[in-house]
Each structure stands twice: as C-alpha cells, then as structure tokens.
Design a protein. Structure first.
Length: 94
C-alpha cells in the first residue's frame, strides 16, 4: 500500500458518460478507498506515452449484495449504484 495512503472511505463514485476520472500517480503511489465505482464515461490511468511507475490501489469497502437483492440488481438499473464493486460500461484504460 502506498505510504501516504488515507483510510477515508468515499461512498459510491459515479463517472457520468460525459466525464473522465483520470488517476494520476505520485512518487508514493495512489490509494483509493471506495464503497463502489460505476464508470459510464472513462476511467484512465497512464497511457502508452505516459507509463505509470508507481502503484495504484483501489480497495472496496462494505458488503457485496447477495440473494434476492443481487438477482434484482441484474435487471433494475436504479439499483446498480449500490453494488460493492467496479461497474464499467464506458472506457477503461489502465
């Protein structure tokens, strides 16, 4: 884990279809603590001409839905923001 890591947990982060979340590196690395992440736009970290040299860590917190709630979430878009995980329908470039 990066040495400057914060343990503050962000809620569910949503990247709209018209936006991008660009993860930049630092010498010590980057650590994100999230309840979940939904990417409808772009999630970017590094590129062929800008290679990452430090670690990026994403830690998910909370409980994963199960049973009937998990089954319902698969068919109800209004429920998907509350999942524990990373959900990408847009661009993922790591």
């Amino acid at each position: 884990m990066p040495s400057h890591a914060s343990t503050a947990v962000l809620g569910h982060v949503i990247v709209p279809a018209t936006s991008a979340l660009v993860l930049n590196e630092t010498e010590a690395g980057l650590s994100l603590h999230l309840a979940g992440l939904s990417v409808y736009g772009s999630l970017l970290a590094g590129s062929p001409s800008c290679r990452l040299r430090s670690e990026i860590v994403v830690t998910l917190h909370g409980q994963r839905p199960s049973g009937a709630l998990l089954a319902q979430m698969r068919y109800d878009a209004d429920l998907t923001p509350w999942h524990k995980g990373i959900f990408v329908t847009g661009e993922l470039q790591l």
